[in-house]
Design a protein around this ligand. Sequence first.
Ligand code: ADP
Ligand code: MG
Length: 454
Amino acid sequence: MQPTSHRLVPPEAPEKDAPEPSAGAVAWQRRRPVLVFAATILLLYPMDLLLVPAPSYPTLLTRLGWAAQMLLYAWLRRRVDGRWETVVLAVNSVLVSLFFLLLVYFTGGAESPYMNLVPSMPLMMALLQPQDTRPAILTGIASALGVMGLQWMEHHHPGHAVAWALMVGTATFFGVYGSTQFRKAQAAEDEARLERTRRESLEKAAVAERHRAQTEKLATVGRLAASVMHEINNPLAFVRSNLDFLRTEVLEQPLPEETRTELAEVFEETRTGVERIRQIVSDLKGFSRMDGEEPSECALADVVSDAARLAAMRLKHVARLKVEVPADLPEVFATRRRLAQVLLNLLVNAGDALEEAKVQGGEVRERGLAEEGRVVLLVEDNGPGFPPDVLQRLFEAFFTTKALDKGTGLGLSISRELVERFGGTLRAENRPEGGARLRLELPRHMPAAQAQGA
Ligand code: ADP
Ligand code: MG
C-alpha cells in the first residue's frame, strides 16, 4: 500500500515538439538552390573555351551578368512582396532565358551544342523553385520565343523553329506538372504530420489523466488500508488477552490428561495464528505509513527476513524462497521498513512472474555479497525473465504487463526511487541461465570515526 502523500510518480511532462525551423532557415533553404545555380554558371565557363577560340570574352561577360542577375534575384525576392514579387519573378524568368540564349548565340548560334540545353531551361526553373509554377512557365515562353528567333535569324526552315518551340513547350509542361505533383505530395505529408501530432498529444493527455486517476486511487487505498489495519489491531488485542485468559482458566480445570493435552495444542495453534495476524497487521501498517523516517544503519539480513516473512504468503504456492544473506555483512544505511518494502516488491514480482509462466519448481533466491564500499543483494528467480522491450521500460512509472486489477506498474519505479534515496542503485537484467535478476546495491554504512579515517 502506498499513499502517495509525497509524490513519487511525476506526471508525464508534455514532451516538446521538434523545433520548427526558423523563418530565416526556411528563406535560406529556398535561396540556396539559386545561389548554387549562380555559382555553377561561372564554374562552367571553361566549357565555352572548348567551343570557341579562347579567350571568349562575350561568353565570360554573359556568364558574369547572368550570375550577378541570379544573385540580385535571390536578394530581391526576400525584400519585395505582392505585385512587385510577381514583377521580379517575371523579369528574372525572362532574363534567365535571355542570358542562356546569349550563350547559345556566342558559341555558334543554332549550331551551338548549348542549343540542345534550351528546352531544359524551364525544367531547371521548375527544379529550382518547385513551390511556384510561374518561373517555369515564363522561362518556357521566353525560351520558346528565343529559339524561334534564333532559327529565324539564321534562316532555318520555319518547321525547325516550330519544332524547337514545341520541344521547349513539352519540357515546360513536364516541369510544371512535376512541380505541381511535388507540391501536392508535400501538402499531403504536412497534413498527415499535423494529424499525427494532434493524435499524439491527445493520447498523451489521456495517459496523463489515467496516471493521475491511478495515483489518486492508490493514495485512497493506502489511507484506507492504514485505517483498516488500525481497526483490526484493537479487536486483535482483546482476542489475544482473552485467549490467554481462557487458556489459563480451561487448563486449570480438572480434566482427563488426554483432553488437556489436546486442548493445550488447540490453544497453542490458535495463539500462533493470532500472533501471525498481529505480525502481518503491524507490518502492513508500517508500509502504509509515510512518515519521515530517518535512515539509520541496519543489517541486510534483518531486512531480508522482514521482507521474506511478508512475501511468504505470496510465494507459498508458487516458489521456494532461498535466502543466502550472511548475517555478518557490513551494515547498510537505509530505512529498514522502506528497504523491506523494496524487497517485498521484488519478491512479489518474482512470484507473479513464476505463477504467470506456470513454472514448475519455481525458485526465488536472495543472495547478499559485500563488495568494495557497498553491499549487494541479488534477487533472482527461475521464471521467464524480461523480454527486451519490457527490460527497457521496467522502471517507468505505471509500466506493467499485468492485468489492470493486478498490476499498477509502480512497484519497480517506487523501489528504485526509494533505493536511490539511500544512495543506492537498483538494476535489472536477465540471468544467462534464464530468469530475472534484480541487483540492489547500497553503500555500506561507515561509522563516523572510520569514515573520517578513510
Ligand atoms: P507491476 O508489478 O505492478 O506490474 P512493477 O513495476 O513491479 O509493476 O513491474 C513492472 C513489470 O516488470 C511487470 O509488469 C512485469 O512485466 C515485469 N517484471 C517485474 N519483475 C519481474 C520478474 N521477476 N520476472 C519477469 N518480469 C518481471
Ligand atoms: Mg510489482
